[in-house]
Design a binder for this molecule. Structure first.
Ligand SMILES: Cc1ncc(COP(=O)(O)O)c(C=O)c1O
Length: 411
């Protein structure tokens, strides 16, 4: 492969028009769309519209006239199309962390009715920390004598620790650190074999890997909008609840926006009879308006085309790294069925390498203690970007400039 061949691949790329929809930073190759996606050009216009017109001119009337009230469901349904949900199974609300709490709490409440003796929450030990922390906090609240966490990992495989005492499994579809993609169909089936629920954390797969929650009959799912969905820092997350679990039991954060008639100001909580009861407080109108647009970009692009390009970019990255930077060890599985959209490499000086790369305009990121991550973001990453990045990384490694480097913490 030569740089010219990469240029030809970019020329023939069916997704090439999408790059023009983003603010591409100058003199920078941005391979960190799995952390914070780039800003769509239209986002600023949308923010201006909401602030100047909807809020500035039409003030409180906009709850009705601009459709603010219905935004969480409207935009949730748009994301639902990306994750293969049915209508009114997905809503935008709060953060992923908070939505994990809602899923765990609801799962426990449903199992109390269906399988009242179950007490185990099953977690993958290498889950993103917030997934572990939220489960630990909930178990602590409910009393650790009653509910317990059981972990699975390479030594204690899911199959071996999954029994008929399990309430639910909480697992990331793509692991944040290793980039490993888990088999959603197989694992969901495994959970259902013992009547346990599965909660999928889609933060690192939504917008980068095709997902069909209906087909696999998933129970619950959560995910970020600020990574591959490019909706901006702190943009609220989504939550998916399979229709069969809606209104079987209350979700645990019973706020007024989840009430069936919030403006009746009733003294008693009565949940809205649909996905709306997963709202808690007032929706984040400005940011959800931005999500509305950015999710539309992904829908226009088609998930199969995104996945195809993501794997092709990944193949090129792996091949060039093998040739030019053999001292970096690939941690992500090579097989397509086990690979998400970011690649993780291990190196004892990963932290210093990450800092030096940034000085040269390459944005990957570092994960403690020794991992470098590089995200393929097919809507705006080009094949020549991969070519150029590997050239820079190999210079950093081969010049051994990192020895003795003492930089500040990077995200
Ligand atoms: C896999 C995964 N789960 C959960 C989270 C937490 O999301 P939030 O900060 O929106 O709660 C992240 C954040 O990066 C993540 O990568």
């Amino acid at each position: 492969m030569t740089r010219e061949q990469c240029e030809i691949a970019d020329e023939n790329d069916e997704l090439k028009i999408f790059r023009n929809k983003f603010k591409i930073p100058q003199d920078t190759i941005y391979l960190i769309g799995n952390s914070l996606g780039l800003c769509p050009i239209e986002s600023q216009k949308i923010a201006n519209r909401v602030i100047k017109q909807e809020w500035g001119q039409n003030h409180i009337d906009s709850w009705n006239t601009a459709g603010w009230y219905h935004l969480p469901v409207k935009v949730g349904n748009k994301i639902g199309k990306i994750i293969g949900a049915e209508q009114n199974e997905t809503i935008i609300s709060d953060s992923t962390s908070i939505n994990i709490f809602k899923c765990l709490g609801t799962s426990i409440a449903i199992q109390k009715i269906k399988n009242p003796d179950r007490r185990i929450i099953l977690l993958e030990r290498e889950n993103f920390p917030t997934d572990l922390y939220i489960a630990q906090g909930l178990v602590n609240l409910l009393s650790t004598d009653e509910y317990k966490i059981r972990y699975f990992d390479d030594d204690n495989r899911l199959e071996d620790v999954l029994g008929d005492d399990v309430v639910c499994i909480l697992l990331s579809h793509v692991n944040y650190r290793t980039g490993q993609l888990y088999n959603m169909k197989q694992i969901t089936k495994l959970a259902h074999k013992v009547d346990a629920h599965i909660i999928w954390d889609l933060c690192h797969s939504v917008g980068s890997v095709p997902i069909n929650l209906t087909k696999v009959d998933a129970d619950f799912a959560v995910g970020c909008t600020y990574k591959y969905l490019n909706s901006g820092p702190g943009a609220p997350a989504f939550i998916y609840v399979n229709k069969k679990h809606q209104n079987v039991a209350w979700q645990p954060l019973t706020g007024w926006f989840g009430h069936q008639a919030p403006f009746k100001m009733s003294k008693l909580y009565e949940p809205a009879p649909n996905i709306t009861n997963y709202l808690v407080g007032t929706p984040q109108v400005l940011q959800i308006s931005i999500i509305d647009h950015s999710v539309g970009i992904t829908l226009d692009a088609d998930m199969q085309a995104i996945r195809k390009k993501s794997l092709a970019l990944g193949d090129l990255f792996i091949k060039l790294m093998d040739e030019k930077c053999p001292s970096l060890k690939l941690v992500t599985p090579f097989e397509y069925e086990k690979r998400g959209s970011h690649l993780s490499y291990q190196h004892e000086n990963a932290y210093a390498i990450s800092n030096l790369m940034r000085k040269r305009g390459v944005y990957g990121d570092f994960r403690f203690p020794d991992i470098l991550r590089f995200a393929m973001t097919p809507l705006y990453t080009r094949f020549v970007d991969i070519w150029d990045v590997i050239g820079i990384i190999s210079e950093v490694i081969n010049d051994a400039e990192y020895e003795g480097f003492d930089g500040n913490c990077v995200t």
